[in-house]
Design a protein around this ligand. Structure first.
Ligand code: ARG
Ligand code: ZN
Length: 496
């Protein structure tokens, strides 16, 4: 009997021993992925490979509801993990079993599975949710944009929180199936290919698939009344574009620009290598926003970009990102130069092609038009800080650095680097440091000093230090390219 009295303790001890060491040592995943620019963005402890979003959206009321199913793999023993999300969650299941959940911080959905998850195992997470995205904000802002006939999710560095739960950082790329039901007569636009549409009970469902790794911020949704066009580029890339039926006077210029997507994808392939995705295109919703975004395979354009007539330059910029930014994504947000410096440089190459000023002329123009005491030079494109991440200097000083590199290593090595980089890091992530090492390897030249001068100093590089800028005409103001105004106008970063 005495032994029986101690039996419960013995039972507890044996249960404890029965728990695998891994589960016993499991701990919560970090609430951020570790990016110093945005400490709470993304999460630790797992890696998502696929998002399946099955949603319904009512434009009249801005109500969004549905289910997100995430396929992930744990990267540590997990007692709990976070997703980044703002809408109202009604149920979470992990590997089929109901999980408890809570919200914390600005945008964390904390999920506690019934049982701890051992490291390295596949996990299926189902999140059922609903909400009115326009009523949600984090850090006092919202990137959900309503339009007269719908809404748009397209922003950088964050847009997902308002419409699907995610590990919101480019380090965790995944494939996507996005299925959205909208009232008949309304369209839903997303990334990749339109697999099918179906209609019932007054709702039309659009099934989109993006089958190559895609960063969360490059996943987009637009609902509204759109005219959808399809074509195939000469080089064989399928193109899907969509134009709000409410673009007014900008409609013609928008189409005159975006309908050239196939031609421009083929042209860029000459510099960057084969187009990395199975579909290309863009959409122009009836928003009042001013920026464009390289949302993967389906670029987001604001009508404002076409207010002065056609703007192929912005199309080139966003399509260049499909290689520089989307195919090869940054490792941390500090690496933004690899995105914006090269997308801007592609615009310079296009300018040269169009006879509107050579890349060198534009580099000389940028160099000369900003005096040494201009705050422009205080921004370090190689690590601009979150507040200046999209400063004009990241684009223009960034492209100037690209020209400096070209002049330093010569055209053969430069264009080999330009084309080799997307191949080297296809569908992956890379940093500015990785880029320097790659350019050094291809060119056989040490480039630390050049990179430091052009990307990492808060001051204007001296002409003497600037082997890069071949100010062919000396230190004076270079002759302006004949249409410099069109290229350099910075009423937005994509001034026409
Ligand atoms: N990557 C975008 C572009 O250069 C910039 C987006 C900036 N984001 C914003 N909300 N303004 O085209
Ligand atoms: Zn850009």
């Amino acid at each position: 009997m005495h032994r029986r009295l101690i039996a419960p303790g013995a039972l507890a001890a044996s249960l404890l021993l029965a728990i695998p060491a891994s589960a016993a040592s499991s701990s919560p995943g970090a609430p951020g992925i570790g990016d110093p620019y945005y400490p709470a963005y993304g999460n630790g402890g797992y890696d998502v490979s696929h998002y399946d979003l099955r949603l319904t959206y009512q434009p009249r009321t801005d109500e969004l509801e549905g289910t997100a199913t995430l396929l992930a793999t744990t990267t540590q023993d997990l007692s709990r993990f976070d997703l980044d999300f703002l809408l109202d969650v009604s149920e979470v299941r992990v590997n089929g079993a109901k999980a408890s959940f809570a919200t914390s911080g600005q945008h964390e959905l904390e999920i506690t599975p019934a049982k701890p998850l051992p490291k390295g195992t596949p996990v299926t997470v189902v999140v059922r949710y609903s909400g009115v995205p326009s009523t949600k904000s984090a850090y006092g802002f919202s990137t959900w944009h309503r339009t007269p006939d719908g809404a748009v999710a397209a922003d950088e560095p964050e847009a997902a929180w308002w419409w699907y739960p995610s590990n919101d950082h480019p380090l965790d790329k995944a494939t996507y199936d996005v299925s959205v039901a909208v009232p008949d007569g309304t369209q839903a636009i997303s990334n990749g290919t339109l697999q099918s549409t179906s209609s019932r009970l007054g709702w039309t469902r659009y099934n989109w698939r993006s089958n190559k790794p895609q960063a969360t911020y490059l996943t987009t949704l637009a609902v509204g009344k759109f005219d959808i066009t399809t074509s195939t580029s000469e080089g064989g890339v399928p193109v899907v574009n969509a134009y709000s039926k409410d673009l007014g006077d900008n409609d013609g210029a928008a189409r005159a620009s975006v309908e050239r997507t196939g031609e421009l994808v083929d042209w860029l392939s000459g510099y960057f290598g084969p187009y990395p995705f199975s579909s290309a295109g863009g959409y122009v919703p009836n928003t009042t926003t001013g920026y464009a975004l390289e949302t993967q395979t389906r670029v987001y354009y604001s009508p404002k970009q076409f207010a002065n007539g056609s703007n192929t330059s912005v199309v080139v910029h966003e399509l260049a990102h499909q290689w520089y930014g989307d195919d090869v994504s940054l490792k941390g947000w500090k690496d933004i130069w690899i995105n914006e410096g090269f997308a801007r440089y592609a615009q310079w190459l296009w300018s040269e092609h169009e006879g509107e000023g050579t890349a060198q002329e534009l580099a000389d123009y940028v160099y000369t038009s900003h005096p040494a005491d201009d705050a422009f030079w205080t921004v370090e494109p190689g690590d601009p800080g979150p507040d200046d991440q999209f400063d004009i200097a990241v684009y223009d000083r960034g492209a100037l650095a690209v020209q400096a590199l070209r002049n330093e290593i010569g055209d053969d090595a430069f264009f080999a680097v330009l084309k080799g980089w997307p191949k080297k890091h296809a569908y992956g992530n890379a940093s500015v440091d990785d880029f320097r090492k790659y350019a050094e390897q291809v060119s056989g030249k040490p480039l630390a000093a050049l990179f430091d001068t052009w990307l990492f100093q808060p001051s204007k590089p001296a002409v003497s230090a600037a082997r890069g800028v071949s100010l062919a005409r000396g230190e004076g103001v270079p002759a302006r390219p004949k249409s410099w105004k069109r290229i350099a106008a910075t009423d937005s970063v994509h001034g026409r």
